[in-house]
Design a protein around this ligand. Structure first.
Ligand code: GDP
Length: 434
């Protein structure tokens, strides 16, 4: 599937990354602090400028809580940029620099295939151009003067960024559908990846988060419909040093966001022993907010009773009511149930990509209405599928605003049951039939 081009904002701490991003997104409510430890739920933001759409990625949250060497900080940022970005916006601070940190980042970015645009922030007086010139020494081309706080120069900067975006949305390096394996640290992602890939591609140890490499392997399997192939995306693959250096889960969460967005389906691993915790729900919410689909794998079934497994599965269903994912109990360690993982993912993907002939939906909803008519004299005249990935449906009614939510829910649930839409957000909307 195609994705939007990605623009990553990279820079030393406190140069004003958040202010610039908020300025670009024209948001005032968002977090503007560049303080270490400031966390944000959304690391990706859809932005547009001059008719071009892109995902704006904030790397600001990666500032380590603990004091660490400059190199590790730079490596982290550059890595994210290298992996994700089409264009990197390197932001610097006119009042401080160019600093050694700026230079180190510039050196690192030179190795990246992404195009780099250099911006010098806090130039609040556009008439004074002297400070900007000093930044030529970074070797990143023409420094663009901006004042994120006052909004000066931001338009010109965006012109420069947009000019470098790929013509069409960036092509993935393979046409294979992608499958993301996501979850909190230590739920067993690496162990499962190794099983699925049938090779020791990732190093697994007893310590949380010790996988050394980003793994993207290819898998092939048989289904009733024939052979299917997937590219598996790994979100556990953060280097030991990087994780230690960051001290925050931000980097891995950025990876998770990227993997979720590059895949139709994410497999959310939860730990059968620990059950569903807040961290699991955060990832689930991210899957849903990105408009993607989700299957739940309840891992470590070898450690719990069947009763406990049932309890966890029910807990998942009760909490993820928007996606209503099914869950599959597995043991990544012993391999039990693992042969069902890919067929399971394939079913979720099919649901996500569902397309039903128009007359079929019309007949199905007609039958629903016959069985249980909407209240208050609302008449549903026609129903049709109006979108896919995930599937969306529209009910055309004489007075759509009077159709109660619980009726919409009734139609949604019936569609979900009928077409096995487990793990996908089913959109049902009422529109005027006039
Ligand atoms: P990740 O951080 O999500 O990649 O988790 P890992 O794959 O590194 O696994 C964390 C720990 O849980 C390791 O000690 C694994 O051996 C263990 N583990 C993973 N899956 C299972 C399982 O199904 N059963 C048991 N008993 N342990 C598991």
């Amino acid at each position: 599937m195609s994705r939007l081009p990605v623009v990553a904002v990279v820079g030393a701490p406190n140069v004003g990354k958040s202010s610039l991003i908020n300025r670009i997104l024209r948001r005032r409510d968002a977090v503007v602090s560049d303080q270490p430890g400031t966390t944000r739920d959304r690391s990706y933001n859809r932005a547009d400028w001059a008719g071009a759409e892109f995902d704006l990625v904030d790397t600001g949250g990666m500032v380590p809580r603990a004091k660490v060497g400059l190199e590790s900080l730079v490596t982290l940022q550059a890595r994210v940029a290298v992996e994700e970005a089409d264009v990197i916006l390197h932001l610097t601070d006119a009042r401080l620099g160019p600093t050694e940190a700026d230079a180190a980042i510039a050196r690192e970015l030179r190795r990246s295939p992404a195009k780099v645009v250099l911006a010098v922030n806090k130039l609040d007086n556009p008439a004074d151009d002297t400070e900007r010139h000093g930044f030529h020494s970074l070797g990143e081309g023409e420094p663009h003067a901006v004042s994120a706080i006052h909004g000066l120069g931001v338009g010109d900067l965006l012109d420069a960024v947009v000019a470098l975006l790929p013509e069409t949305p960036a092509e993935e390096d393979s046409d294979l559908p992608r499958l993301a394996i996501v979850g909190r640290p230590n739920v067993g992602k690496s162990t499962l990846l190794n099983r699925l890939l049938g090779a020791e591609r990732a190093v697994v140890s007893e310590v949380a988060g010790t996988t050394t490499d980003a793994v993207a392997g290819e898998v092939e399997f048989e289904t009733a419909g024939g052979r299917e192939r997937y590219l598996l995306l790994d979100t556990a693959g953060v280097s030991k040093t990087a994780r230690k250096a960051s001290g925050v889960p931000y980097y891995s969460s950025l990876r998770t966001s990227g993997a979720i967005r590059r895949s139709d389906v994410s497999l959310l691993l939860v730990d059968a022993v620990e059950g569903v915790v807040a961290g699991d729900l955060r990832v689930a919410r991210e899957i849903q907010e990105s408009g993607r689909a989700c299957g739940v794998l309840v891992n470590k079934r070898d450690l719990v009773s069947p009763d406990r497994l049932r309890e966890v599965a029910e807990g998942v269903a009760a909490r993820l009511t928007d996606l209503k994912p099914h869950s599959l109990p597995i043991s990544a360690l012993t391999g039990a149930g693992v042969e069902d993982v890919l067929p399971f993912a394939s079913r979720v993907r099919a649901a996500y990509r569902l397309r039903v002939p128009t007359h079929e939906i019309a007949e199905f909803v007609n039958a629903l209405v016959d069985r249980n008519a909407p209240p208050r004299g609302v008449k549903i005249r026609y129903a049709t599928q109006t979108g896919t990935t995930p599937p969306r449906f529209t009910l055309f009614a004489n007075r759509p605003d009077d159709l109660p939510d619980n009726y919409i829910r009734y139609v949604e649930n019936a569609l979900r049951e009928r077409y096995d839409l487990w793990g996908v957000a089913v959109g049902v909307k009422a529109r005027s039939s006039r």
